[in-house]
Design a protein around this ligand. Sequence first.
Ligand code: CUA
Length: 317
Amino acid sequence: MAPAGTTMQSVLESAAAQARAIELSWWIFFWACLAVYVLVMIAVGGAFIARRRDGSELDGAYRRARGWVIGGAGATAIILVAFLVVSVITERELNAEVTDALHVAITGQRWWWGIEYLGEESFESVRTANELHLPAGVPVKIDLQSRDVIHSFWVPNLHGKMDLIPGTTNTMLIHGTRPGVYRGQCAEFCGIQHAHMGMLVIVHPAEEFEAWLDAQRRPAMEPRTALESAGREAFTRRQCVVCHTVRGTGAFGNTGPDLTHFGSRRTIGAATLPNTRGHLAGWVADPHSIKPGVLMPPSELPADELQAITAWLESLK
Ligand code: CUA
């Protein structure tokens, strides 16, 4: 699911320096291969016509054929070397050193993305899930880790794919980003809900990003209505707290996503559904009806508690 305003998920609509390098090399390969195909077809057609015209002069035909084969082999070698040069230049662009980078850690797990902004003091640590916010144009260094199986981080508009491997950290560098909303997808089969392991990357103008980050640093908002208060009370009394953190309450589980600013997210279930109260109520009551096999158990809540919990979670902007 991609909310309105999301740029088409495509390697051919690049919005960062790395994706631009990949797109450029893609187009060079595309046009070179197309030109070779057209030339080969013309040569095949020419050969048929020539064969018909002077079928008797075998000697001459062989001489001409030898010339074409040698020329073709030479051209192939030159094109392959040119492709190699393009690949090396692209690779260097992808791994260009960045300084003063924003440092983010992303942890892949079945079937969502944990996001942590590093370099923050622990008391104001910023954790979120499934929606990565970045400042436009600022270089970002992303550490990729996995908590269970191998996943692959792929936001085609920004960069190529990179695996998240248990026990090791891979680092991805992105710079020169353009404001916009981009969809990402886990690109390594990781189990039953692999296809529903999506994410959004929201690239803000720099000052808008700072405001977002400031808001995320704060603990959860206080309830403003009786329903929201009842929701917080039910959430912290029920099993929700075993897996989820909501800073400012007694909930500090870390198996599931941090929900401190849940209401500020556009989607739920790793970019699976829009973040609305209706969808959220369906999710809390029975996540398996939306993502069968997901690790969150169904919750057998009385209707009034379900109402209250969803109202409170949606208020956590
Ligand atoms: Cu995670 Cu596929």
